[in-house]
Design a binder for this molecule. Structure first.
Ligand SMILES: O=C(O)C1=C[C@@H](OP(=O)(O)O)[C@@H](O)[C@H](O)C1
Ligand SMILES: C=C(OP(=O)(O)O)C(=O)O
Length: 450
């Protein structure tokens, strides 16, 4: 199994500060959220969808395998170029074997919405990290549609799902700010007659809403309260194949831009980065720290705002990131903590409870990453407080990456910015979201061992 392959080929790395400033211009791989959805929605549509710029990371390859097991015909025609022959909403078939979603919460949670609303039985599992993550957050709303779930204790994978092909439409208020939960409910609503309604008190990434519309569904989005939204989806739409251009992943660009800000004298551009406003909280926070980040060539590609971002190294100061910004930068806190460790003064990141249920407990893992490298950090309730070193991160630590790609990449950024080398226990999981990361870093002069 591929999961075992990733787990068994441990790749340790020792990271030294580069001898010279970093420079260059590059593109990062396609957006992970949009890539998963492209494959899933194309499989549910009728006709042939061509996808350009698909992220070929392990997580997305798991979604491709799962959609194939459900009957879609999915072919890779070139780097990032994929073709999906969809089955239509009523054309999926029961998978003959267990669906292995690897390390991917997005794949598992979104797929559960699809599986719960089809009249067959399926079983889903994942690697040790994913098997530890909570699935009750999707099982609870989906069970109200008549789907039956059997999971391990605490709502953990493996999970057996007996779907209901005629689910009633749900009206659901998200108890956690999660685009994955929102998407699972909306995807189950595709097969329901009538209007599915989701209330989110804080807006989360809206790729599901935008992309379902692109494939022909009627989706309405209205503001609710201060920063919330109500999303309504008309059930049983005729989903029709539509081509998709996947923008560069802002969550991947984050690591390149962060290292360019921290290594003195550096200047690096990342071209074609997705700039959906529900994904750009990190860039806002970096600018508040005094970062020299310039966005140029803004345009719309494949329905998403896209631009080029240039980062130039310079002095940074601490920042107070409000909890309401968390959903728009939820995957970027580990690397922002490294930037805050380098900055002068104190930073506070508020409302990080969701970090505890990612590929690892990212709150405690980020604290450990900083502490191992001589940086003072505290957790107060759900807030993280980082005491910046004013450009003098001691380094010299060993970082445990806990099967978590974002910790591995953040640890590498720390090693490039620290005084003493940083050892990273395992970088293999970087391939889940950012294949080619080390090669790209070296293309701007990072000098990492290949
Ligand atoms: O919907 C998505 O594509 C994602 C939503 C976020 O998770 P939550 O919905 O759990 O916040 C994010 O952390 C994940 O990397 C991708
Ligand atoms: C949390 C992440 O992904 P997922 O939930 O899909 O595993 C991530 O990529 O940082």
């Amino acid at each position: 199994m591929k999961t075992d392959h990733v787990q068994s080929s441990v790749r340790a790395l020792t990271v030294h500060a580069p001898r010279a400033p970093l420079s260059g211009s590059l593109q990062v791989p396609g957006d992970k959220s949009i890539s998963h959805r492209s494959l899933m929605f194309a499989a549910l549509a009728r006709g042939t969808t061509h996808i350009t710029g698909l992220l070929e990371g392990e997580d997305v390859l798991r979604t491709a395998d799962a959609m194939r097991a459900l009957g879609a015909d999915i072919t890779r025609t070139g780097t990032g170029n994929w073709t999906v022959q969809g089955c239509g909403l009523d054309g999926l078939r029961e998978p003959a074997d267990v669906l292995d979603m690897g390390n991917s919460g997005t794949a598992a949670r979104l797929l559960s919405g699809i599986l719960a609303s089809h009249g067959f039985t399926s079983v889903m599992t994942g690697d040790a990290s994913l098997r530890g993550r909570p699935m009750k957050r999707v099982m609870d709303p989906l069970a109200a549609t008549g789907a039956v779930f059997l999971s391990r204790q605490g709502g953990r994978l493996p999970l057996a799902i007996q779907g209901n092909a005629n689910p009633p439409p749900l009206s659901y208020r998200l108890p956690v700010a999660s685009a994955q939960v929102k998407s699972a409910v909306l995807l189950a609503g595709l097969n329901a007659v009538g209007e599915t309604r989701v209330e989110e008190p804080v807006a989360t990434r809206d790729h599901t809403e935008n992309m379902l519309r692109h494939f022909g569904a009627t989706v309405r989005v209205e503001p609710m309260g201060a920063g919330g939204r109500v999303i309504t989806l008309q059930g049983r739409p005729e989903l029709v194949a539509r081509d998709i251009v996947v923008p560069g992943d802002p969550s991947s660009a984050a690591f390149i831009l962060a290292v360019a800000l921290l290594v003195p004298g550096s200047k690096v551009s990342v071209r074609g980065v997705g700039l959906n406003p529900l994904r750009t909280g990190l860039f806002t926070s970096l600018k508040e720290m005094g970062a020299d980040l310039v966005i140029s060539n803004e345009r719309v590609e494949g329905g998403e705002p896209v631009g080029d971002i240039t980062a130039t190294a310079g002095a940074l100061h601490g920042v107070d990131v409000p909890a309401t910004r968390a959903p728009s930068m939820i995957d970027e806190y580990p690397v922002l903590a490294v930037v805050a460790a380098h900055a002068a003064g104190q930073s506070r990141f508020r409302g990080l409870e969701e970090l505890r249920v990612k590929e690892s407990d990212r709150l405690s893992a980020t604290v450990a990453l900083l502490e191992a490298n001589g940086v003072k950090v505290e957790v107060v309730g759900d807030d993280m407080i980082v005491h910046g070193t004013g450009g003098a991160i001691p380094g010299g630590g060993l970082v445990q990456t806990r099967m978590d790609h974002r910790l591995a990449m953040s640890a590498i950024v720390m090693g490039l910015a620290a005084r003493k080398p940083v050892c990273v226990d395992d970088t293999a999981f970087i391939d889940t979201s950012f294949p080619g990361f080390i090669t790209l870093m070296n293309s701007i002069g990072a000098g990492l061992p290949a």
